[in-house]
Design a protein around this ligand. Structure first.
Ligand SMILES: [Zn+2]
Length: 255
């Protein structure tokens, strides 16, 4: 057995239905709760965990769940919610860019940033391409922005990076592996959405893993040397975790 669904629960938070799935996992060492996109949560329990304890555990986690759901709702009602449509806005290095669509009679496509606007030029009958053009622009910006930052931090931390790949990761911001003292880093292109200090924190975090695997107190001590504010950034990432889903369905559409 790896993972088995034990039960599904619904709770109501400010008239929103919130689903909690209880999962038994042979890899889990202790009870933990994770939040997925939207209002879905997973409570993961180890294989031998007594079923009779589950209601108590659920109750214990309920205040935490309510807090997360409210945070998310507050964010969604904020005008900073990304919308990939004309007049909508996106995140870019923690700033808000409003999408401005310009029609072009010569059939040209282009995307250009103008301060706090993103100007997307499309032929009049191709406005449906705006979401994908915006995502392509963001991915391109990620390819441009992230490598020099990694270079800067790898010099500062004296870590050698053999390979950087900017990927479309599903549930993580970054990962790394080290072979023969040289690191391979994978970073999520969505890092380009985050405020610069948070983006730098993730780069530092992955670089520190090249010498200290795992999240031991020793690891955090090394991280703190280069990024003293790391706890603030971790909190920000927890609260904005749903950004990992940004553009997911659209990116797989064909233009
Ligand atoms: Zn880590």
């Amino acid at each position: 057995m790896k993972r088995q669904i034990l039960s599904e629960h619904m709770i109501s938070v400010d008239s929103h239905s919130v689903a909690i799935t209880v999962i038994r996992s042979s890899r889990a060492r202790r009870v933990r709760i994770t939040s997925r996109l939207g209002h879905r949560f997973q409570l993961v329990v180890p294989s031998r965990y007594p079923l009779k304890n589950i209601p108590v555990v659920l109750e214990k986690f309920t205040p935490w769940i309510i807090k997360r759901v409210r945070e998310r709702m507050a964010y969604e009602s904020d005008e900073f919610t990304p919308r990939l449509e004309p007049g909508g806005s996106i995140h870019f290095l923690g700033k808000q860019l409003t999408l401005r669509v310009i029609h072009d009679d010569d059939g040209l496509f282009s995307v250009q940033r103008d301060d706090d606007h993103l100007d997307i030029t499309v032929p009049e009958d191709k406005v449906n391409h705006v979401p994908n053009l915006t995502l392509l622009w963001l991915r391109h910006q990620a390819e441009k922005e992230i490598p020099p930052r990694l270079m800067k931090w790898s010099l500062q931390l004296k870590k050698r990076v053999r390979n950087l790949r900017i990927k479309d990761q599903k549930s993580i911001w970054g990962s790394c592996s080290s072979q023969g003292g040289r690191g391979n880093l994978n970073l999520n292109w969505r890092l380009i959405l985050l405020p610069e200090p948070v983006l730098d924190y993730i780069i530092i975090h992955e670089l520190c893993h090249l010498s200290v695997p795992g999240h031991s107190p020793r690891f955090w001590k090394v991280v703190a040397e280069y990024c003293p504010e790391y706890n603030t950034h971790r909190k920000w990432l927890r609260e904005n975790r749903w950004l990992l889903e940004f553009g997911r369905t659209l990116l797989h559409c064909h233009v």
